[in-house]
Write a protein that binds this ligand. Structure first.
Ligand SMILES: [Zn+2]
Length: 422
């Protein structure tokens, strides 16, 4: 079958709301079970992870449960990794409007992840400590997986179609041309020591995005790449790991090394496989999460290729702008519905145009830190000294004065943010 024929057979785009509605009406599509395991080998002791399987969207209501899995690979110290582990989830959740329906909650999540990452970075900067951390942050709500990442830890998805896909983008200067250009345009220098990977200066960091790294430069931004997908009710396996794994193993190798094994054992095997091929050169941490259709001990065996092809035609695709061309195009081959993908480093693009309605108090809510502020104290991103006559000054999002300064600093318009807030 030619590519054109395949693309003609692809079903039309389906809005998230329709999908969820369909799911609610379909009694067969029960909540999946999650099984997970973790393994790690420390070299420097800067890897941290978070496992929270029983979070609730609505306190006291078990039917609103969701799960969070995350890896934080620290550098130049451990404080940013620990700070992100302790604060990021709360900061993300506080950016989702209260009393959202499940559908609204999932739709608000990508934006809330951006707000939560930036808020956590600002709060860490205010502590005045050095160090930075990668973050790969995974939220699982039934069959919908949302991944937000900065840095070079990775999350891969191994579906029952036997297709392995990358849900993150590597923010490494060596491999990411767009990020090199952005860092240079924002005032950083990118270059190489005699040996080793490309680094940015000042600071000498190989990554272009992280939480922390106050001493490196504001062009190292905490704005995450976010991808949201919905897997079929055949289930799938996530492998979330720090670069100690990915410097040794390709996504395919990692997935294949542990197929058919329960999650706990799978995580150990992936770490062992990385160690075998490369030795212990770096902290190596691996989380394996199986999303399983019913209470089975392991995922059912992967179907043969012919079935994969058939299945691939049953799933459509809806995605937003891609910023990294090398990202796998999941839906072209897989059993995965792409709901959202965005990786821009421009904060205003990531927070949407909503401008919060003037409440009775006359205050506006900052789209990043969620602090209420009088309009005179904060500004829409389009107003102020860099106001372009073409844009509307009161078109959102609204940012408080402090978050506005952070935004300008990240874009190379101002140096640093003040350490004192209102
Ligand atoms: Zn703010």
């Amino acid at each position: 079958m030619s590519r054109a024929e395949v693309s003609r057979m692809r079903p039309p785009l389906v809005p998230l709301g329709t999908l969820i509605g369909r799911e609610l009406r379909n009694e067969k599509l029960e909540k999946p079970f999650l099984k997970y395991g973790q393994a790690a080998l420390a070299k420097k002791g800067e890897d941290y992870f978070l496992i929270k399987p029983d979070c609730l969207r609505v306190p006291g209501n078990p039917s609103t449960s969701f799960s969070v899995f995350a890896i934080f690979d620290g550098h130049n110290g451990i404080s940013a990794a620990i700070f992100a582990k302790e604060n990021l989830l709360d900061n993300v959740l506080s950016a989702i409007p209260q009393e959202s329906s499940r559908e609204e909650w999932l739709q608000a999540l990508p934006r809330a992840l951006v707000a939560g990452f930036v808020k956590t970075d600002i709060e860490f900067q205010q502590k005045g400590e050095t160090s930075g951390t990668t973050v790969t942050f995974v939220v699982i709500d039934d069959w919908t997986i949302t991944v937000a990442s900065v840095g070079d830890s990775r999350c891969i998805l191994d579906t029952q179609g036997g297709v392995v896909s990358l849900l993150t983008v590597d923010h490494r200067l060596e491999e990411n041309v767009e990020e090199r250009e952005r860092v240079t345009a924002s005032g950083g220098e990118v270059g190489r020591l005699n040996v080793g990977p490309l680094r940015c200066w000042p600071g000498g960091l190989c990554l272009s995005r992280s939480i922390g790294d106050t001493d490196v430069g504001e062009f190292i931004v905490p704005i995450p790449h976010v991808k949201q997908v919905k897997i079929s009710n055949a289930g799938g396996r996530l492998i979330i790991a720090s670069d100690g794994i990915w410097d040794a193993l390709s996504s395919d190798m990692a997935a294949k090394s542990c197929r058919g094994l329960p999650a706990e054992l799978a995580a150990k095997l992936v770490v062992k496989e990385a160690l075998r091929s490369r030795g212990l050169k770096d902290d190596t941490t691996c989380l394996v999460v199986d999303i399983i259709p019913c209470d089975q001990p392991v995922l059912p065996p992967t179907p043969r290729k012919k079935q994969n092809m058939l299945r691939s035609l049953l799933f459509g695709k809806k995605s937003q702008s891609f910023t990294n061309k090398s990202t796998n195009k999941l839906s072209a081959v897989g059993v995965v519905e792409e709901l959202f993908e965005e990786g821009s480093a421009m904060l205003a693009e990531r927070l949407g145009k909503d401008f919060p309605a003037n409440t009775n108090s006359g205050l506006f809510r900052c789209a990043v830190c969620q602090v209420d502020q009088a309009p005179a104290d904060g500004l829409s991103v389009n107003s102020g000294p860099f106001f372009s006559p073409a844009s509307k000054p009161w078109e959102g999002p609204f940012l408080c004065a402090n978050c506005r300064k952070k935004k300008d600093a990240m874009e190379g318009k101002r140096a640093g943010i003040p350490t004192v807030t209102a």
